[in-house]
Ligand binder design. Structure first.
Ligand SMILES: Nc1ncnc2c1ncn2[C@@H]1O[C@H](COP(=O)(O)OP(=O)(O)O)[C@@H](O)[C@H]1O
Ligand SMILES: [Mg+2]
Length: 138
């Protein structure tokens, strides 16, 4: 378990170190309010594997983005899911089998999928440039 308060650059290097400990089949729940830094963390993880010039858009509207990294990465944002059944169309079972899966707003899956998962929790702090981050293993 990791628990600390980090600047933006510290969060990005933590994401880079963290993703390198993961393997195919690992699932990461990204917890925290809007603006907490979930997408920023996942972007840094993906760019660490693919190169920092790679564009990593937020999946806010597309719901999922996939990356041809090794291992493959699926990045979900389920914020706009209203009914847990909607996630059945999003290829999560394929993601869980074939790559590393990051999920923002996993609460919106309800009980449709309940994989073992890492949990990265982000919270804003009194200092607007810092975030408190907690990472727990499955
Ligand atoms: N220490 C920090 N860690 C992460 N993000 C930070 C930090 N300080 C400022 N930010 C900013 O906070 C915003 C987080 O946005 P985003 O990652 O899209 O949040 P979320 O996906 O949780 O809604 C970004 O604009 C980012 O630059
Ligand atoms: Mg986001």
């Amino acid at each position: 378990m990791i628990e600390k308060t980090v600047s933006l650059s510290e969060l990005e290097s933590l994401a880079s170190d963290f993703v390198r400990t993961l393997k195919q089949g690992d699932v990461v729940y990204m917890m925290g309010d809007l603006g907490a830094g979930k997408t920023t963390f996942v972007r840094a993880a993906i760019q660490s594997l693919l190169g920092y010039d790679e564009a990593v858009p937020s999946p806010t509207f597309t719901l999922v983005q996939t990356y041809d990294s090794t291992p493959l990465i699926w990045h979900y944002d389920l914020y706009r899911i209203n009914d847990p059944e909607e996630v059945l169309e999003l290829g999560l079972d394929e993601a869980f089998n074939q790559g590393i899966t990051f999920i923002e707003w996993p609460q919106n899956m309800g009980n449709v999928y309940t994989p073992k998962h890492y949990r990265v929790s982000l919270e804003t702090t009194a200092n607007t440039e810092r975030r408190s981050i907690t990472i727990t293993a499955p």
